[in-house]
Ligand binder design. Structure first.
Ligand code: 48F
Length: 261
C-alpha cells in the first residue's frame, strides 16, 4: 500500500472535526482533567450523560502525576476506597485508615474508566470563558487551544453548549473566578458572594469540607475538587487525594440531578 500524506491529513482533520462537532452540544462540559474532573466524567458518562473534559495541557491527570513532592505516590483514606476499587486501582494499607497508590496507575486507570464509559477527553484545549444567557445562567464553555493561551496570540475562541459546566480547574478555580469577575453583580453561593480563596494547608479540615463545598455555586456552574475548596474558602490538603475522588463523584450526582430536572 502506498502511503499518502494527504490521506493522513484528511483522516486527522475529518475525524477530529466529526468528533468535535458531535461533542459541541453536551449535557456536561468539564473544565480540567485532574482527579476530580476525571472522576466526575466517569460517573456522568456511566449514567449515560454526554460529557467532555477540556484540559489545557497536552496531558491529563492534573496534580496526580507528581504525587507528593515528586514522590509518585498518592495517599487516600478509608472513605475513598470504594471509588478507587471501582477503578480497579491497587491500594496498599498504611497505618490506621490510610492507603497508598501509585500515582501513574491512578491517572491511567481513572482515565481509562472515563473513556470506556464514553466520556470524551480533549487535551490541549483551554476553557477561557463560559457562555451566558439572558438569565445569567451558565450554558456552556468558551474554548481555545492551550497553545494559543500560552502564546498570548489574539485568536477568538469557539463556544460549546452544555446544560451544566463543572469547574475542576484545581487551585485557581479559573472558571468560577472568571465568572465572578465578568458578570455584573454576580453573587456566588459563598459566604462573601465572591471566590473566598484557598486557606493554608490543613489536611483534615480540607478533606472534611470538600464534599460539602462541591455545589452548584451559580446556576449551571458546579464546583469539584480543589476548585470547590478555593471558591468556598477551605484549606488545601496536600498529597492526600480521597476528597478529590469523593468530590468528583458528588459533582456528577449534582449535575445528573440538574440534567434530569
Ligand atoms: O489541579 P488538579 O489536579 O485539580 P483537582 O482535580 O485535584 C487537585 C489535586 O491534584 C491536588 C490536591 C490533592 O489534595 O490538592 O492539587 O482539584 O487538576 C486541574 C486540571 O485543570 C487544568 C489543569 O491543567 C489541570 O490538569 N486546568 C486548569 N485551568 C484550566 C484547565 C482551564 N482554564 N481550562 C482547561 N483546563
Amino acid at each position: 500500500m502506498a502511503l499518502s500524506e494527504i490521506d493522513i491529513t484528511k483522516c486527522i482533520v475529518e475525524r477530529f472535526s466529526r468528533d468535535f462537532l458531535e461533542y459541541s452540544s453536551l449535557d456536561v462540559a468539564i473544565a480540567g482533567g485532574g482527579p476530580s474532573g476525571m472522576t466526575a466524567a466517569y460517573y456522568l458518562a456511566k449514567e449515560g450523560a454526554k460529557v467532555a473534559i477540556f484540559e489545557r495541557n497536552l496531558h491529563i491527570g492534573g496534580g496526580m502525576w507528581g504525587g507528593g513532592m515528586l514522590f509518585p505516590k498518592i495517599v487516600v483514606q478509608d472513605d475513598a476506597v470504594e471509588i478507587m476499587e471501582g477503578f480497579d486501582i491497587r491500594l496498599e494499607p498504611f497505618g490506621d485508615g490510610y492507603y497508598s497508590a501509585d500515582s501513574v496507575e491512578v491517572v491511567v486507570k481513572t482515565t481509562a474508566a472515563a473513556i470506556a464509559a464514553q466520556a470524551r477527553i480533549w487535551v490541549g484545549i483551554s476553557v477561557e470563558d463560559v457562555l451566558i444567557r439572558e438569565d445569567d445562567r451558565v450554558s456552556g464553555v468558551v474554548v481555545n487551544w492551550g497553545a494559543v493561551e500560552l502564546s498570548g496570540l489574539h485568536v477568538d475562541p469557539l463556544g460549546v453548549e452544555s446544560t451544566i459546566v463543572i469547574d475542576s480547574t484545581g487551585h485557581d478555580a479559573y472558571v468560577a473566578r472568571n465568572l465572578a469577575r465578568k458578570v455584573p453583580g454576580c453573587r456566588l453561593l459563598t459566604d462573601t458572594g465572591d471566590v473566598v480563596g484557598e486557606k493554608p494547608m490543613w489536611a483534615e479540615a480540607g478533606e472534611e469540607e470538600i464534599v460539602g463545598n462541591t455545589r452548584e455555586v451559580w446556576p449551571g456552574l458546579v464546583l469539584a475538587g480543589m476548585a470547590a475548596n478555593t471558591v468556598m474558602g477551605s484549606p488545601r490538603m496536600g498529597a492526600i487525594f480521597g476528597g478529590m475522588f469523593l468530590s468528583g463523584k458528588r459533582a456528577a450526582e449534582i449535575a445528573l440531578d440538574r440534567i434530569h430536572r
